[in-house]
Design a protein around this ligand. Structure first.
Ligand SMILES: Nc1nc2c(c(=O)[nH]1)N[C@H]1C(S)=C(S)[C@@H](COP(=O)(O)O)O[C@H]1N2
Ligand SMILES: [Mo]
Length: 248
């Protein structure tokens, strides 16, 4: 059997991909399909696009400064004590629809296989920056945890909130298993700093800035997004109607 990207991704999580290349290729159809609650299955039809890698850049192309946006310091006492302790007692939880829930220290994450990539971050507010990210591929953590065949989405619970609404984000399994989707603990050659999401943040390089969850404390595998917070799969999706699938 010839393994194409289509058959490869069709095997992930038991997703059934039925698509029409001619229709899928139209940017307008793509935009339309990404709207609304049915976005997940519609977007999965765009598998040829979805599997592609985001452009990577040379070190010389990195932005001299990478600005911050959104929250730059979670307000909780718990987070402040982690900062004071240099995240030595911090643990990342990987749970939900998994056979073996994980609780990982920052040292364990850093010792795991990792990937470094120089990519462009695009914020909907109208700015971009090219930065270098180092982190553990998400798929390795999900495989280690034994992701259930019932899981359809991966949710990132963050340490910060805005006006009492916790920041969270979610992606589907195509992005979760994408080779450039990493939990970054390094940025531009140094440990990830607090304003950029220490100790770890998501990099999901085929999507816009608001999907790049900072201050990730817990990764939860779920079958549906409807039971979480506002039900739209993310903080900005819930409070401002941003699209859940923010593909670039
Ligand atoms: N937890 C958390 N993650 C977040 C945000 C936030 O406020 N809280 N802001 C988002 C937005 S809109 C952008 S553009 C990027 C900004 O990342 P930076 O501060 O490293 O530039 O983080 C995203 N992830
Ligand atoms: Mo953003």
């Amino acid at each position: 059997m010839i393994v194409t990207r289509r058959t490869l991704f069709a095997g992930i999580g038991g997703l059934v991909i039925a698509g029409c290349d001619r229709i899928d290729a139209s940017p307008n159809v793509r935009k339309l399909l990404s709207l609304g609650e049915d976005a997940t299955f519609s977007a999965q039809r765009l598998v040829t696009d979805r599997a592609a890698l985001a452009p990577e850049f040379a070190a010389a192309q990195m932005s001299p400064t990478f600005r911050t946006n959104g929250n730059t310091m979670p307000g909780s006492a718990d987070y402040a004590s982690h900062v004071a302790g240099n995240f030595a007692d911090w643990r990342l939880a990987v749970d939900g629809l998994v056979a073996r829930p994980l609780s990982l220290s920052l040292a364990q994450l850093r010792a795991a296989p990792h990937r470094t990539q120089i990519t462009r971050h695009d914020c909907v507010e109208g700015w971009s920056a090219i930065g270098q990210w180092t982190g553990t591929p998400l798929r390795l953590l999900l495989q280690q945890a034994g992701l259930s065949t019932n899981a359809r989405f991966i949710v990132f619970h963050c340490a910060d909130d805005s006006g009492g609404a916790p920041y969270y984000e979610s992606i589907d399994l195509i992005d979760a298993f994408h080779p450039q989707t990493i939990l970054a603990w390094g940025m531009n050659g140094t440990p990830l700093a607090v304003p950029h999401g220490a100790p770890v943040r998501l990099r999901v390089e085929r999507q816009l800035g608001y999907k790049q969850a900072k201050y990730v404390m817990r990764i939860e595998a779920v079958a549906s997004l409807s039971g979480l917070f506002g039900g739209k799969g993310g903080y900005w999706e819930d409070v401002a109607g941003y699209q859940w699938y923010a593909g670039i």
